[in-house]
Design a binder for this molecule. Structure first.
Ligand SMILES: Nc1ncnc2c1ncn2[C@@H]1O[C@H](COP(=O)(O)OP(=O)(O)OP(=O)(O)O)[C@@H](O)[C@H]1O
Ligand SMILES: [Mg+2]
Length: 408
């Protein structure tokens, strides 16, 4: 323990003599002057800062663990869930690896693009992932962006959201994940019609997105929205940010069909086992390009995966099985009023059958169930009934009545 004495001596580090103005601090076998003590403190401080981990340790979830969590909420879509789980896991690994090895092999990120018809679970997968991650994550809707200089949001505001999700800790934001939903909506309008040159919300936005995806330093307005000259920008390096794009890409199956027909010329086309009802599973970046995404942007999404169209069996499962399945939600709603609600099997099958007809994936389920339940939800809380059973007859009556009202 250092202590100060009145003994006159010399600093053991710089050799300066002790003076009245600058007394020495004495240890067991030496002394230090004020100036050297300050320099030592500074050195310690610098080393400490360098050695400190840049952020708290990440909990590494294995792909199978990520997928198991997705399975609790998302029915089917095994392929997409596996691809996303691996991508998220690799993203974590890259970050941890980059923290340990500065000049070794650089692992590049693999942005993903996810295609699937409406109501098949694209946004649901994103939301479920968001709940389980401990890296900043944000979901942005590509439809709100316009080319810089036009009314709408600049794409840089994507990074503002990520910063927000990271509590404005830039280092954390720089290793986050961004989910760009509805990316198909910024496709070039009239991809086959080069005469359309002013395409404010299409190609211009894609060019701007490209800048983010390229891994560059981007000036981000902290509050999002429009850039104002008087605003202080925050610089964000996008090199390690993982981007997942997603969209329904309506009619992409036609593009795929066309490509596959042309490509099989020269092969024995008849021997190819093509599943014509689910062409999306054969999607390639070339198809996305034909759809109207610029080649440079396609090139920034090396991984592409598709979601399956949901069949009756999957829709039935979605209706009753997940943690927050629709049927469970309605049972809970009634339970809060002290009413025991049950659905007969035939009624469930009827709802599924109608959802298949609607062709809106699982999106149709909610609107059908709402139609069937509206009257009951209105009447039951003021009645003294304690139970309610949704039979096939009741479901049919209510649904047909609501459709009838709608048509008239
Ligand atoms: N595979 C699935 N498993 C469980 N629920 C699903 C699944 N797919 C869709 N749903 C349910 O259907 C609704 C719509 O799903 P979601 O928003 O994920 O569709 P989407 O694929 O993003 O469609 P869109 O292209 O129209 O945005 C949600 O309420 C969701 O819970
Ligand atoms: Mg969606």
């Amino acid at each position: 323990m250092a202590k100060q004495t009145k003994t006159k001596g010399y600093c053991s580090f710089c050799g300066c003599p002790e003076t009245k103005e600058e007394p020495l601090i004495y240890g067991f076998s030496g002394a230090i002057c004020d100036t050297c003590a300050k320099a030592a403190l500074q050195l310690l401080h610098e080393n400490h800062v360098k050695a400190a981990p840049p952020a708290p340790k990440l909990k590494l979830l294995k792909p199978a663990e990520i997928k198991a969590r997705l399975d609790e909420y998302v029915i089917g879509q095994d392929e997409a869930k596996r691809v996303i789980s691996v991508a998220v896991y690799n993203h974590y690994k890259r970050i941890l690896y980059a923290e340990k090895n500065e000049n070794d092999v650089e692992i590049e990120k693999s942005n993903i693009i996810m295609v699937g018809e409406t109501g098949t679970g694209k946004t649901l997968i994103a939301r479920t992932i968001a709940k389980m991650l401990d890296v900043p994550f944000c979901i942005v809707d590509a439809t709100v962006f316009t080319q810089a200089g036009y009314v709408g949001e600049d794409v840089e505001s994507i990074l503002s959201r990520l910063l927000q999700a990271a509590d404005y800790d830039v280092a954390r934001a720089e290793r986050g994940i961004v989910f760009i939903d509805e990316i198909d909506k910024v496709a070039r309008k009239g991809a086959d019609n080069p005469s359309i040159t002013r395409d404010v919300s299409g190609e211009g936005v894609q060019q701007a997105l490209l800048k983010l995806l390229e891994g560059s330093i981007v000036n981000v307005p902290p509050q999002g929205g429009r850039k104002h000259p008087e605003q202080q920008f925050i610089q964000v390096n996008t090199q390690n940010i993982l981007f997942i794009g997603s969209g329904a890409f309506n009619n992409l199956d036609h593009i795929i069909a066309e490509r596959m027909n042309t490509n099989v010329i020269g092969y024995n086309a008849k021997n190819r086992n093509i599943d014509k009802d689910n062409l999306l599973q054969y999607v390639s970046l070339q198809d996305i390009k034909s759809f109207g995404l610029i080649p440079e942007l396609c090139g920034r999404f090396p991984v592409i995966t598709s979601l399956d169209k949901l069949d009756a069996a999957a829709l039935k499962q979605i209706l009753i099985q997940p943690k927050n399945a629709l049927v469970k939600q309605f049972v809970k709603l009634f339970d809060l009023d002290g009413i025991q609600l049950t659905f007969d099997d035939e009624a469930i099958d009827y709802i599924v059958e109608k959802a298949v007809e609607l062709n809106l994936g699982a999106r149709g389920l909610r609107s059908i169930v709402e139609k069937i339940m509206t009257n009951a939800m209105y009447e039951f809380p003021s009645s003294n009934k304690k139970s309610m059973s949704i039979t096939l007859k009741y479901a049919k009556e209510q649904f047909e009545h609501s459709i009838f009202k709608f048509l008239n």
